[in-house]
Design a protein around this ligand. Sequence first.
Ligand code: FAD
Length: 358
Amino acid sequence: MSYQLTIEPLGQTLDVEDGQTILDASLRAGFYLPHACGHGLCATCKIRVLDGEIDHGEASNFALMDYEREEGQTLACCATLQSDVVIEADIEEDPDALNLPVRDFEGTVSRIEDLTPTIKGLWITLDAPDGLRFQAGQYVQLNLPDGSGSRAFSLANPPSDPREVELNIRYVPGGQATTWVHQQLKAGDRVTLSGPYGRFFVRKSASQPSLFLAGGSGLSSPKSMILDLLADQAAGGETLPMTLVYGARNLAELYDHDLFVELAAKHPHFTYVPALSNEPEDSAWSGFRGFVHDAAKAHFDNDFRGRKAYLCGPPVMIESCIATLMQGRLFERDIYTEKFISAADASQQMRSPLFKRL
Ligand SMILES: Cc1cc2nc3c(=O)[nH]c(=O)nc-3n(C[C@H](O)[C@H](O)[C@H](O)COP(=O)(O)OP(=O)(O)OC[C@H]3O[C@@H](n4cnc5c(N)ncnc54)[C@H](O)[C@@H]3O)c2cc1C
């Protein structure tokens, strides 16, 4: 059984299966609705129901207050249809968005290896011959083997290589998905995932120098974005300055270091600034010592004007970087973030207090 959903102001109509959320149906049809936590906690996906009956599902009372429900609002990530429905959503056109529809994939683990003591590289060869079409910076939802849910992981491979996806997964002690990946998953195992998700991609149409700020396994998206930009340029695209500031705790946690040193040596317009926050004083490390935002501030002499910044990693790193960028005169419209929020983070705080919206 399915119902019809009409999305205003787009005027587009699509089928929604019984029990399927408005958000899932929209993304699978290639219509992007703003969203973030995906679990009814953050209210980023709040929409207005203009006509028809919906079930609010698991929407939390904090994210969707009683009076909002009475006024006809709901959360697209939880709401299911009880009849044909018309909604109004706050949809922003983005000239760089390809709006690729979300699809389900099956694949086989082709490789899994330690990138650092806490981060594993996971390579999955997809069954689909055409692979996963995505924009560099986007992420997938990797399904847990027992069917108990999925977790978001950013794609680290460039879109030019759509058949074998690469994920960089940091171990979270006690974490369901990361314990499975780190302690049980092996080459040859079958996995399922869906994607592509997210609006974290390079705004190529802006023709501005890019600044990538990454921490820990947050290197995944910037790696894909940088490899994609370099491929564009090799194919005759515009050559603009690019800088990667990448932070890890210590040398053992710094991965793909040789790759970026090599890329910087080969491409004069690409600069690589590694930063270690907790490397022993007596080690041979001669690079920057401190956090990512401090390294960026020092490298750019606290002046970030004229750039587009792409921030990827844990929430605390993102907040520090946003504050530093704003002090250095780079503001909201030029800052894009991918926060590696967990369920616990999502229930506490989803939006940067420094931004009106993300
Ligand atoms: C858009 C997006 C992209 C992401 N991309 C990546 C990626 O490329 N690589 C990657 O490693 N992770 C990424 N994450 C985080 C990932 O989705 C999981 O949240 C994380 O791996 C933990 O999953 P888990 O099942 O092991 O832990 P869970 O079972 O979900 O959580 C177990 C416990 O650990 C806590 N916890 C969960 N995550 C963290 C954390 N990061 N730090 C501290 N405590 C935590 C939880 O609050 C909970 O108490 C991304 C998240 C988002 C939203």
